[in-house]
Design a protein around this ligand. Sequence first.
Ligand code: P5A
Length: 444
Amino acid sequence: MRLSRYFLPVLKETPAEAQIVSHRLMLRAGMIKQASAGIYSWLPLGYKVLRNIERIVHEEQVRAGHIPMLMPTLQSADLWRESGRYDDYGEEMLRISDRHGRDMLYGPTNEELVTDIFRAHVASYKDLPLTLYHIQWKFRDEIRPRFGVMRGREFLMKDGYNFDLTKDAALHAYNRHLVSYLRTYERMGLQAIPMRADSGPIGGDYTHEFLVLAETGESEVFYDSAVTDLTFGDREIDYDSVAQCQSILEEFTSRYARTDETHDEALYAQIPEERRRSARGIEVGQIFYFGTTYSEPLGALVDDGQGGRVPVHMGSHGIGVSRLLGAIIEASHDDKGIIWPEGVTPFHCGIVNLRQGDAGTDSACAALEAALTARGLEPLYDDTEERAGAKFATMDLIGLPWRITVGPRGVEKGQVELTSRRTGESEEMSPEAAVARVGEIYGV
Ligand code: P5A
């Protein structure tokens, strides 16, 4: 992509309304624009990162054996009356009536809708286990939308729902989700710690939230610092293995880690003092087991193979897809701007032409762009007439992990400069070597 043809409305000034760094940087880097309180348009650069996060979420869900689908944003109030949640959900639910006076709502979550699909089409234990998921916009009329995409009113969520014959089978689905989430967040360059939490309006009594530690996080958390030493890494997982998923859950949840809602001072006091931590965190996901809370009132029953018909055991599992952009930036930035982890970066690398209009640098940049593209990479080539300092500032602000700088002196020597956004270190090399190096970094 050539910057001269792209739409990247970067802001020079720091927007006054943004209180935290991720919100400021998303506005300054031209990623989002507020449409109304807690509702954002996703400008091209922000949209690209959002799509990358979605892709990782999809890949990891499919790897875990979960099945993608798509449910609508608008739902009928009648289904929510059946579960009893229509009145309970309160003012966070946006209620709408259509031209016929039918009560509708903009879905804040989909337990009812997915259970309705299940009860219409599944009648036998032979069709279980089943986990359906989608990535879809949600609306919650938050009393205090703030921090940009972090606490929006309209936000993108991955929500998955498991259906199982027994509690044990549903707990395996819970564990499977926990494992797949650990992998998912790590691919985005994040450490998200599972912590015992409160289930709120979703229900059930077994739930973990995934928290990214950050000073600007909205949740207060208490944990044993040993949990921060755990990494998932490149493990081979058999998602059908009950024992393997269970042992990973134990590894990641046996140490004390809780949000303030479930914090227990007596248990906390048992952690060796030097390992006790209280901090703030950003909730980037939550998993729930709630048994038959929805299947019973909605009549989602299956033949159990022994002559009976029983309500299925369910859980639901959410990832805050749009919130993750904010969380990643909170965890990865410096005073010049964003530093994208390679897994989610909107462009693989930037190309900066130090003397636009010079035949030598122009053709060297065009050749680099073509070679990177041929290798399956997507560069952003700053071919504008801006001066070098401004070009570097924009590249630093938008956070591409790698930058290739092309100047007249280098071109004469057959050299370009490859710079890491994270370390600031630069290395001179031939254009071919730079393309090969960037290709290796991204595994292409
Ligand atoms: C699980 C999936 C649920 O709604 N039902 C379906 C369950 N869980 S949850 O914890 O309430 O939400 C899942 C994740 O969505 C993100 N999230 C938000 N992101 C941005 N703005 C909001 N207002 C918002 N509310 C929730 C969080 O990451 C949460 O973990």
